[in-house]
Ligand binder design. Structure first.
Ligand SMILES: [Mg+2]
Length: 265
């Protein structure tokens, strides 16, 4: 690894732990983004978190004093909606997720249903509105019906909060459905799959090899960049400590490591 010695055409920034922590902007972020924007380079914001729509994330960034529109954001929810339109057009989805994810799907024209007999695709996600009836519906839709698909928006086991707390994330919901049906997800869409970086670069009109992916987690952000072929930079403002980085195997390492986005400015 080395200090960032190159300029890139575009920057893909993870949000939580990279741009902000909880509701606080991290040091140097505004200066970094100001430089990127003034130099005519492109940037987009990414997250595996499906508990807000792209419009809500853009509003959150604007509330922190940054410039952002919904089109600047890629969430695993918007990515999953795009995946369904491409790979399962016409799917009738039962979604174990929160209202913002359902809104993202509805906006993309995806049919939603709670009737197991109508379901052709079960989608699991981060769901703090999880309830037994949802598990029952997924069970009824999938059991003995191999033609019904099963995908997850993202693989995160938990969502970390400042101060070491956290919440169970999508992997727990996915595991509940898998445990009772014996089915395995056919696709897990968010980071560390390559899809988020590839989709964001396509949206920006930039080459993946000329884009720097910046994030705070080795297993999701950095792995996604490596899978997509984008150079990667790890920031130490979120989930990964210097000790974690030192202990990581060679094939998990980022191209660059910086204390914060301030050091990229
Ligand atoms: Mg993060």
């Amino acid at each position: 690894m080395r200090a960032v010695d190159a300029l890139f055409d575009a920057y893909l920034l993870d949000m939580d732990g990279t741009v902000y922590l909880g509701d606080a902007l991290l040091p140097g972020v505004a200066a970094f983004l100001g430089r990127v924007e003034r130099s005519g380079r492109r940037r987009a914001f990414t997250t595996n978190n499906t508990t807000k729509t792209r419009a809500e994330y853009a509003a959150k960034l604007r509330g922190l004093g940054l410039t952002a529109e919904p089109g600047d954001i890629v969430t695993s929810g918007s990515l999953t909606a795009a995946w369904i339109r491409r790979h399962r057009p016409g799917a009738r989805c039962f979604v174990l997720g929160e209202p913002p994810l359902l809104a993202e799907f509805a906006q993309a024209g995806i049919a939603l249903t709670k009737d197991p007999a109508e379901v052709t695709l079960v989608v699991t996600s981060y769901d703090r509105t999880f309830a037994y009836w949802k598990l029952q519906t997924a069970f009824d839709a999938l059991r003995g019906r191999p033609e019904v698909g099963f995908i997850a928006t993202h693989p995160d086991a938990y969502c970390p909060f400042p101060g070491g707390q956290g919440e169970p994330d999508a992997a727990a919901v996915t595991a509940a459905v898998a445990a009772c049906t014996g089915r395995r997800c056919e696709a897990v869409i968010g980071k560390p799959s390559a899809a988020m970086a590839v989709t964001a670069c396509a949206g920006l009109g930039v080459a993946v090899g000329r884009t720097l992916l910046v994030g705070d987690r080795l297993a999701t952000d950095i792995a996604a960049g490596r899978a997509a072929g984008t150079p990667t930079a790890l920031v130490l403002t979120g989930d990964t400590s210097l000790e974690d980085l030192a202990a990581a195997p060679d094939d998990a390492l980022p191209d660059y490591a910086v204390a914060s986005l301030d050091d990229l400015a």
